[in-house]
Design a protein around this ligand. Structure first.
Ligand code: C2E
Ligand code: CA
Ligand code: CA
Length: 363
């Protein structure tokens, strides 16, 4: 609109925020958005002449450059036109947004309902991803990862349904199911190989609600010895920082019962480093974004070195997640990271394939 009033029309551009200009309602001057500066702008601070709207450009909030003027009546006509078309567009897009939000709510509730059905229909599966000694490649344990064999949509990954299970509280039931299933499927191999462990992901929801206590009790009542071979993975996140959070007490109780704890996705959350020593845990899992940087020269690698040093200071074992290349394995070994997990060694797999993997990769 305004460009028709300038000779240097081609120099006008929308700012990165997508707006052409902002209007100061006090004096009707238009304070332009960024990316909107004709070359011959003059440094003037005069008020708008009568009947005109002055277009200005602020530089670092102090000086204001006047970059052009339009007549008030013209601007008003054009704003009205804009409103004439803009009004219905705004109403339409508002309605569409409401419909979209309702659908989102509906689909979340529906998925929650379907999750319950999936549980009753026994549609969940457990896949196991080996955790290996980076030096020898020998399998030392596995991580149990949830899958949903959906009737119509096929095998769904937990990223899709775990957040909804957490919101609806169904994660407690699903986790109880998973834990029982893991024990059922792995009891023989865990008994046969004394050093082998299996790790189970716990959601912060379970820790905060006390559901993790019930889960552990069930585990211990079922088989005390097997329970000791279970490690719980807990994602490092904001709630860990809060000293009052019930989750911290829940973690302490799990440890007092002899359960092993791994701090998961380390480096992606917000755990205060000074607070880490109060958190008792046995393993620290380095998130795969840091593993990916291990063989590169990037700033992220500096953070990886920091995490490794931290693990050493805290005297916990390190497991690098998402090891995909031989170069990464070598780089991690050079930094004395002992354990790893990733596509380089094996993808998550059903129990039968995991047993096969185990037979070929035991010390
Ligand atoms: P996570 O705990 O960080 O699990 C590791 C994820 O990384 C898995 O994704 C695994 O398949 C993937 N992964 C393993 N190796 C590699 C690799 O080399 N490269 C890449 N790019 N990815 C790799 P998955 O199975 O889709 O699980 C996603 C997340 O869902 C898990 O992340 C975990 O937070 C959550 N989850 C899985 N099972 C459960 C569960 O039983 N309970 C809860 N609360 N969360 C679960
Ligand atoms: Ca995990
Ligand atoms: Ca992880």
């Amino acid at each position: 609109v305004l460009s028709t009033y300038w000779d240097s029309a081609y120099e006008l551009d929308l700012g990165p925020d997508g707006f052409l200009a902002y209007v100061n309602v006090k004096d009707n001057s238009i304070i332009a958005g960024e990316g909107f500066l004709p070359v011959n702008a003059q440094a003037l601070m005069e008020p708008s002449p009568k009947g005109k709207i002055r277009v200005t450009y602020p530089i670092e909030g102090s000086e204001i450059y006047i970059v052009g003027e339009v007549s008030k009546s013209w601007a008003l006509r054009n704003w009205q036109n804009l409103l004439f078309f803009g009004g219905p567009v705004a109403i339409l897009s508002g309605s569409l947004l409401i419909v979209f939000l309702c659908q989102l709510l509906y689909s979340t509730q529906r998925l929650g309902y379907n999750l319950n059905q999936g549980l009753r229909r026994n549609e969940f599966r457990v896949y196991y991803q080996p955790i290996v000694d980076l030096q020898t490649g020998h399998c030392v344990g596995s991580e149990a990862l949830l899958r949903w064999q959906h009737r119509r949509q096929g095998l769904l990954s937990p990223g899709i349904f775990v957040p909804i299970a957490e919101k609806t509280g169904l994660i407690n039931k699903i986790s109880e199911w998973l834990t029982a299933k893991v024990l059922e499927e792995q009891s023989q191999i865990l008994e046969a190989y004394s050093n082998l462990y299996v790790s189970i992901n716990l959601s912060p929801v379970q820790l905060n609600s006390g559901a993790s206590d019930k889960l552990t009790r069930q585990l211990i009542e079922r088989d005390d010895n097997l329970a000791k071979k279970v490690m719980f993975e807990i994602t490092e996140s904001t709630w860990i920082q809060d000293k009052e959070t019930p989750a911290l007490e829940a973690i302490a109780r799990l440890r007092s019962l002899g359960m092993r704890i791994a701090l998961d996705d380390f480096g992606t959350g917000h755990t205060g480093i000074s607070y880490l020593h109060k958190l008792n845990f046995d393993y620290l899992k380095i998130d795969r974004i840091y593993t990916a940087s291990s063989d590169a020269h990037s700033n992220i690698r500096i953070i990886l070195d920091g995490i490794i040093n931290l693990g050493r200071q805290l005297q916990v074992e390190l497991i690098a997640e998402g090891v995909e290349t031989e170069a990464q394995r070598q780089a991690l070994l050079a930094k004395n990271v002992r354990y790893g997990q990733g596509y380089l060694f094996a993808y998550p797999m059903p129990i039968e394939e995991f047993e096969h993997f185990l037979r070929q990769n035991l010390s």
